[in-house]
Design a protein around this ligand. Structure first.
Ligand SMILES: Cc1cc2nc3c(=O)[nH]c(=O)nc-3n(C[C@H](O)[C@H](O)[C@H](O)COP(=O)(O)O)c2cc1C
Length: 140
């Protein structure tokens, strides 16, 4: 098994309701458990930032399916690398909504208050998700 981590950014296609997000997360968690994929999804009402970890072929296949999802567009890979171990092993897909806790973190890794994942490096995007996971309870 070749373990890899992929981080991408995308733009929401139309305003999503809380129930839409819940549906994405529920489907993701069910499928990801089956595929041995772990990761984190951050959503700030405009943009998604997602990290996927797992077997290279499985992550590639999932990414190809996610890219075609009409609920978002302008899907851009920010980083893709082989890894020795997972960082998000406790989450089949952890969900981080924008909150008073995440806003200062977004600023820490980008140039201004308006978080724009297309304007940060892949490494910053990864570090941002790592910081955000500290606010999340462990869950599968
Ligand atoms: C931002 C975003 C993140 C997603 N993350 C995942 C995920 O981690 N795992 C997953 O199985 N589906 C995820 N999906 C849903 C997939 O795009 C797709 O709907 C799902 O894999 C079902 O695909 P299928 O109908 O081809 O089986 C995500 C969708 C969006 C919009």
């Amino acid at each position: 098994m070749n373990l890899i981590r992929l981080v991408y950014a995308s733009t929401v296609s139309e305003p999503l309701k809380h129930s839409d997000i819940e549906q994405i997360i529920h489907a993701a968690q069910t499928h990801n458990v089956e595929q041995g994929i772990t990761g984190m999804l951050y959503f700030n009402n405009n943009y998604f930032l997602q990290c996927l970890e797992g077997d290279r072929e499985k992550v590639n296949a999932l990414y190809n399916s996610i890219v075609k999802d009409a609920r978002h567009h302008n899907v851009v890979i920010l980083s893709y690398q082989e890894i020795n171990s997972r960082d998000f092993q406790n989450w089949s897909m952890g969900y981080i909504p924008i909150s008073s806790a995440t806003k200062p973190l977004a600023l820490k890794f980008s140039s201004n208050h308006e978080f724009d994942p297309y304007r940060i490096t892949g490494h910053s995007a990864y570090l941002l998700l790592l910081e955000m996971k500290k606010n999340l309870p462990t869950a599968w």
